[in-house]
Design a protein around this ligand. Structure first.
Ligand SMILES: [Zn+2]
Length: 304
């Protein structure tokens, strides 16, 4: 059975997974699928836009991949419904050993689907490795069960104050006609999410059997080439061509990501800059709330 290398980006919301996905997708030999978890609902059922700007069903690539993976056809509604077992509320089932048998049974129909899907992606795109930024630790856990996936894990983490500030702001999605805003949340919710997600991810994958690394968003923006090289190392892809990165300039060549934040529609040269607006615009009260809640683990994650 051919195994396909998949770099799974996992992390709390607004940690910069779309930009990491975009930059990694530009490496020679990589193919970025974006948040593949949403292929079924947002892509095949809602027919939202692919990263190439076509509605997914009109994209030149995805229908070919699906035909190859599922020559008999596949019911996206059935898979979308099974995908509910990767919702955040099932995270404890991935963490607690006593639930593993139960949880793996629930995930097994999805394992069957993904066993066919990832190799088809590699064949149709000619990629040596796939980048998936589905983000949810449960989805990364699911990928760990797929026999055709050779899983490499990047735990992307960003300063909790920056995350909370970003989550408090309004941001529009660009892949739906009505441009629904992305979910906003207050400092307490953001801080609790940051703490639980990051500790869970480290606990689940930090000492697992699959190669794992923690990548600070601030390092990715500060030293893009060195950071991408570190990621490529855990994928045994060191030496891959990263000439699309020059200092802080990255040239994005377009993509076929099925979901992600609005940044995935950017192409051409972009300059990576650290968004430090929280230092200026965040109220003292909100900042202290975030710092108090995240204190138990912040230092161990490198944010003193
Ligand atoms: Zn496309």
């Amino acid at each position: 059975m051919t195994r396909i290398k998949v770099i799974s980006i996992t992390g709390a919301g607004r940690s910069g997974s779309t930009i990491l996905d975009n930059v990694l997708g530009g490496v020679a030999g990589a193919f970025s699928v974006g948040e593949l978890r949403y292929l079924w609902r947002r892509g095949l059922i809602d027919n939202r836009k692919c990263g190439c700007s076509n509605p997914l069903l009109d994209c030149k690539l995805w229908p070919r991949i699906l035909d190859r993976a599922f020559p008999e056809g596949i019911d996206p509604a059935r898979v979308a419904s099974q995908m509910r077992f990767t919702r955040t509320r099932y995270t404890p089932a991935a963490v607690m050993r006593s639930f593993h048998g139960w949880y793996r049974n629930r995930l097994s129909p999805l394992v069957e689907v993904l066993t066919e899907l990832y190799p088809a992606i590699a064949v149709e795109t000619g990629a040596r490795f796939v980048v998936d930024s589905s983000k949810l630790p449960t989805y990364t856990y699911l990928l760990g069960q797929v026999p055709t996936v050779d899983l490499r894990i990047v735990h992307l983490i960003r300063d909790p104050r920056a995350v909370a500030h970003s989550r408090a702001r309004r941001k529009e999605q660009l892949d739906t006609a009505e441009r629904r805003p992305m979910t906003q949340s207050g400092p307490t919710r953001s801080a609790v999410d940051w703490l639980t997600w990051n500790t869970t991810i480290r606990r689940l994958f930090g000492r697992g059997t699959n190669p794992y690394m923690m990548l600070h968003y601030e390092d990715l923006i500060g030293e893009p080439a060195a950071s991408i090289e570190r990621v490529l190392e855990i994928a045994d892809e060191q030496g891959a061509d990263i000439s699309h990165i020059r200092g802080h300039e990255v040239t994005l060549a377009g993509n076929h990501t099925v979901s992600g934040n609005p940044g995935r529609f950017q192409t051409g040269p972009i300059t990576l800059t650290l968004d430090e607006a929280w230092r200026r615009d965040m109220s003292d009260k909100d900042r202290k709330t975030v710092e108090r809640i995240t204190r138990p683990a912040r230092k161990s994650f490198g944010y003193d």
